[in-house]
Design a binder for this molecule. Sequence first.
Ligand code: SF4
Ligand code: SF4
Length: 458
Amino acid sequence: MTKEYLNTGYGPNFLVIDIGHKDFTALINPKTAFWTLVRKDHLGSIISDGKFISSFKKKEDEFLKEMETLRFGLKPSAVYFNPTDRCNFNCTYCYIPEKMRKHGANMSEEKLIEGLSILKKYFKTTVPKGRNPQIIFHGAEPLTNKEAVFAGIEKFSGDFDFGIQTNATLLDDEAIDFVLKHKVGIGISIDGPDAKTSDKLRRDWKGEGYFNQIIKVIDSLKDHPGFNVICTITTENMGRLSETVDFFHKSGVKVCMLNIIRCTQEKSRTVKPDDAEAAKHYIKALERSWELYKKTGRKLIIANFANIILGITAPSARKLMCDISPCGGGRCFFAVAANGDMFPCSEFVGVKEFKGGNLFKDSIPKVLETNVFRKVSERQTEQINSCMNCAIQHFCGAPCPAEAYTMNKKDITNRGAFCEFYEEQVRYAFRLIAEEREQDFLWKGWDKGMKQNFEYLA
Ligand code: SF4
Ligand code: SF4
C-alpha cells in the first residue's frame, strides 16, 4: 500500500492552530471537526506519523457521517412560541421591533390552544415515542399574556416540556407556584451584578429598571431544576462580567448563559462591543467561574460555553443552537409569532422576508421546506468566503444568519458580527482541554450514554 501523507494527494487535511498554550498546539481536520492536541516539539513527528494518518483514515467516513447527521439529518423537536408581540420593557437590544412590542398582537387563549394542538399532532410524526417536544414561551414578554400561556400549559401538561423566557417582572408568588407545580423551565434575563449595570439597557417604557424585584424572583427559583439566568454581553456590562459571575454564584444560580449581543436590529449595534475586548472580559469571567468552583465546590455552569466544549469534545452531545452552521434555526426548532406566522428562529421575527408560512393556515412540513426556511437551514460555513478555510468552522458555525443577513446587505452567505469572539473562546476551550480542566465547566452526568470511538496513543 502506498504511504499517505497529510495535506497532499489522498491524505487527509489537517490545519495547525495556535491555541495560546505554552506547550500544546491543535491539529484539526476541519471537515470532520476531528482534532488532536500535539506538543509543540512533536509537531514535526506527527505530520509524518503514518500510524496516526492511517488510524484517522480508517475512521474518517464514520466521523464525516456523524457530522453530516448532526448538520443535516435532524428534525425539529422544539418551538419558540411567542404568545404576544407586546412587552412591558423597551430594552435597547431587543430583536423585536419597537412598533410590534408597543402595538402588536396578543394571541387569544383559544388560538394558543389551537396552536398547541397543531404542534402536538405534528411532533407525533417527528419526535421519538417516550420523548416530549419542547415549547418555550418566548418574547417579547410572554407573561403579558399570562392567562393564555398558563391555560395552554395546564391543558397540554404531559404532552410537551414547557419553558418560559421572561424578564421576571410579572412573576408574582402565584405565578411562581404555578411554574414550580407544573415543572416549567424558567429563564430570566438580568445583565449585571447591580441595578446600575443591569438596568442600564433593560428598562420599561417609562425608563424604570427592576433589578431589585428580579433578584427576589431569582431567590425564589434558584433551586428549581429548570431555572437559568441569561446575561447579554454589551458595551455597557462587559467590563463587569466577572463580577456578574460572582453575583450569580453568590445568589445560588446553577446555570447561566453569557450571550454576546445579537446585532440583528440597528439599535442593538449601538451597544455592540468590540470583538477582542468582549472576548477578553468573557474569558476572564469563565476563569472566575472556575476559581469559584475550586474555592466552594459548587459549579456555576455557563451553558453557552459548555456547549462549545461539547461541540469540540463530543459533537453529538451538543445542543444545536447557534454554534454550528446550519444552526438550530428551522432545523431543530422554529419560531411562531403571536399571529401564528412562522420563522426559522425568533431572531427573524422582525425580518418579514423570513416568514415561511402561518401555523394556522399552512402545513408545518411544507413551511420547513420553503425557500426562506431552507436559506437558513442549509446555510453552510463551506459557502462563506471567510469561513470555508477556517479550521474551527464546525465549532463556531459563523453565527448568526439573521445577524449576517441584516448586517451584510441581505447577504446570508457571510459571517455574523463576532468572528474574533468565537475564535477566542474556541482557543480557550482547547487550552482547558490541554490543562485537563474542561470537565470543570460541564454539568455532572453530561456524558451518560456516550462512548469514545477513537483513541490513538503516540
Ligand atoms: S444562529 Fe441566529 S438564527 Fe441561528 S439559532 Fe442562533 S440566533 Fe437563531
Ligand atoms: S466566523 Fe470566524 S471563527 Fe467562525 S467559522 Fe468563520 S472565520 Fe472561523
